[in-house]
Design a protein around this ligand. Structure first.
Ligand SMILES: O=P(O)(O)O[C@H]1O[C@H](CO)[C@@H](O[C@H]2O[C@H](CO)[C@@H](O)[C@H](O)[C@H]2O)[C@H](O)[C@H]1O
Length: 674
């Protein structure tokens, strides 16, 4: 139904009525379209409330029932009906905003007397206007605890003083000293309120962070010439990986499942004949860690070969000491010998012959796992999953990478994430869903903190541009995590692009998205697929131990670690690289060159990136920079410093760029402001 004052097009607003997302300290723009019949003035404010159970922040009262200060919305331009205001949440949790639009009698009066006086109308002609002003000011002076009563009373007297000219009568009320006082707490009539809108506020790491993925079982592992395990890696061995992740500037180390691995239907190593892992394993094969559960335990146990739960706690503490958080894989599926299969057969779908079908993500076959059925006993299964998640939270885990969430019901996820966030708003959930966009977007809307993306499959200039723009448009609820590779995805560009392509993709991921990720082995340029046309790694670590000599590669110049480290340093140094908003693509006269900028409106920090998408040939082009998008005038020429090479240039709109994949794959330019 229409309100008394026109009020619509609130933003941020998420389809389906879900909360928008923001992070602590983020400047959030609240917007609304406000209008009314006739010519009288309208105005609007936002009531911005902190989480109901939160502690009061700077000037903001706690609790949705209490009076929150009014934040005035400002009209975007004098002719516009669009109003906006900026608010900044200072803590995690569910904040709310509500826009109030109202008739603004002071604004109406101001406009009327200003225009009439300018048109030369006499005091007699304006008698009613002058008295209307005096009556409005009387309303304000009558308010309790009015600190400016003297000045307002003087302005009222002036309005009624027939011995003065029109200008002298209205002058005191409209003066630069008194007008702000009158409008700070304005007279609001015909107040029309919007629905209460929610904004879920996460910590900064939800939007901005660098992920490093590794299999703890490969750390310190040994295999013989045929790949047969000689020594299984442990949590204690994996501290070395924490040191490496820390020195490369990562924030999160993500571990594929660390639980006992099923013995039944265990998969063996990848072979060209069976690229999803052989289903005829040898007794020594270690199996896929996503095949969770055996006689040794299920989702709340650790694989005995990795160590004990105390060893795990020590590992998590060691990560924390290094400024790292540990992300665990939440893979809700079971090996046939998982304890739940015996204890709760109702959590699985039993076929007429009594068997349980293995899981599939067509065309992939997961013969070593049973999918869960969330409909047979939702109460029981939901409660058990929540118990498992809380178990790991109690062991210091604050980040979960959720495996295949698109194969589980969406209302289950909304419930689970909501339950966890009630007591642990700091917990981050990353959705590993590569599926239909509608499902990926819905998972983000209903509460997932971050989402895997199609980035690995976007390699051409236009597709990268279109995809990034799409993600910016969704950034009020969907936060992308650009992994350059995963144990499942070795893209053809990496298989055939040579080392330069690894650098190109790293620069793109680290500067196009505030959150990016690297699966170990990337820094060693691992690029061999199990067979032509496949994205599976040869000798995939998913089915085997894969020890690597990172130190030797680094010492011999065969490592991407220096570039990764530098990219993470730059990301920490530049607020512009820490948010999805503020991305703009600029013209450049070569389809093999991509040019974009990122800008943080609060600090003015601005970074221009030019990437050579060709990993073989040098490419030349001329930029066509949209200077206002950089916070500059069209004819400005500014100093820019290449954060990768240290070189300085002077750039205006048009600049000639030559990038050579062998020695300079990209410019990451800091715009210097004087
Ligand atoms: O289905 P996705 O392509 O999104 O991949 C994710 O989930 C898979 C199932 O958990 C997982 O697959 C791996 O584990 C399976 C169970 O042990 C095994 O059968 C597959 O061969 C193996 O690839 C995949 O790694 C994960 O990213």
């Amino acid at each position: 139904m229409a309100g008394r004052i026109g009020l619509n097009e609130l933003s941020p607003q998420i389809a389906g009525g879900y909360p928008a997302k923001a992070v602590v300290g983020q400047a959030i723009t609240i917007g609304a379209t406000v209008f009314r019949e006739g010519h009288d003035a309208v105005a609007a404010n936002v009531v911005w409330r902190p989480p109901a159970d939160g502690t009061p922040g700077d000037g903001a009262p706690a609790g949705t029932g209490e009076q929150a200060p009014l934040v005035m919305l400002q009209r975007e331009a004098s002719w516009s009906t669009r109003y906006t205001a900026t608010v900044v949440p200072d803590r995690m949790g569910m904040w709310t905003y509500q826009v109030e639009a109202w008739s603004d009698p002071l604004g109406t009066w101001h406009h009327a007397v200003e225009v009439k006086a300018a048109a030369g109308q006499s005091a007699e002609e304006m008698a009613n206007d002058l008295e209307t002003g005096a009556l409005l000011l009387e309303q304000i002076v009558a308010r309790p605890h009015q600190r400016y009563a003297g000045a307002i009373t003087a302005a009222i007297d002036a309005l009624r003083d027939t011995s003065r000219s029109v200008a002298e009568r209205i002058g005191p009320a409209l003066s630069p000293e008194l007008w702000p006082v009158l409008t700070a707490d304005p007279i609001r009539e015909l107040i029309t309120t919007s629905p209460v809108m929610e904004i879920w506020v996460d910590r900064k790491l939800a939007e901005f962070g660098s992920w490093y993925e590794f299999f703890p079982r490969s750390s310190g592992a040994e295999v013989d010439e045929s790949g047969r395990p000689v020594r299984h890696g442990t949590f204690a061995d994996s501290v070395l990986q924490l040191d490496r992740a820390q020195s490369m500037g990562f924030d999160i180390v993500y571990l594929p499942p660390i639980h006992p691995i099923g013995e039944v239907n265990r998969k063996g190593p990848n072979t060209p004949a069976e690229p999803g892992g052989t289903i005829h394993p040898q007794p020594w094969d270690v199996g896929s860690p996503w095949a969770i559960g055996s006689a040794a335990g299920g989702h709340d146990a650790v694989h005995p070969d990795l160590g004990t739960i105390d060893d795990f706690d020590t590992f998590v503490a060691a990560a924390r000491d290094r400024g790292l958080e540990v992300a665990l894989d939440l893979a809700l599926q079971c090996a046939p010998d998982h304890p739940w299969v015996q204890s709760n057969p109702e959590w699985f779908t039993t076929r007429p012959d009594g068997s349980i079908a293995y899981a599939e993500n067509p065309p992939k076959k997961y013969q070593d796992i049973y999918p869960l059925n969330f409909d047979n006993d939702p109460d029981g299964l939901y409660a058990e999953v929540l118990r498992v998640v809380n178990f790991w939270i109690d062991h210091g885990i604050t980040v979960f990478r959720v495996d295949n969430p698109h194969t589980k019901p969406i209302n289950f996820w909304e419930w689970l994430i909501g339950q966890v966030h009630r007591t642990h708003p700091e917990v981050i959930f990353l959705a590993e869903a590569f599926t239909k966009p509608a499902m990926m977007h819905e998972l983000a809307r209903l509460g997932y903190t971050q989402s895997y993306t199609y980035f690995t499959w976007r390699t051409e200039k236009q597709e990268l541009t279109d995809y990034a723009v799409e993600l910016v448009e969704a950034s009020d609820y969907m936060r992308p995590n650009f992994f350059v590779n995963t144990p499942d995805i070795l893209h053809a560009s990496l298989q055939f692009g040579g080392p330069a392509m690894f650098a190109i993709r790293a620069v793109l991921a680290a500067t196009l998205s505030p959150t990016w990720g690297v699966y170990s082995g990337y820094e060693l340029f691992e690029h061999e697929a199990v067979k032509p046309g496949s994205e599976e790694y040869a000798n995939s670590e998913k089915y085997a131990l894969r020890p690597r000599d990172y130190g030797r590669a680094l010492a011999t110049g065969g490592s991407l670690e220096p570039l990764i480290t530098r990219l993470n340093e730059l990301r920490r140094a530049h607020p512009a690289l820490q948010q999805m908003k503020g991305l703009w693509f600029h013209g450049i006269s070569n389809d093999k060159l991509l040019c974009y900028s990122r800008r943080d409106e609060v600090s003015g920090d601005t970074v221009i990136v030019v990437v050579c998408l060709d990993s073989r040939e040098q490419q030349w082009g001329q930029t066509d920079l949209d200077m206002p998008r950089l916070g500059l005038d069209w004819d400005d020429v500014v100093e820019v410093v290449d954060e990768l090479s240290g070189e300085t240039y002077h750039w205006g709109t048009r600049n000639t760029v030559g990038l050579n994949p062998n020695w300079r794959t990209a410019h990451v330019l800091r715009v210097v402001r004087r």
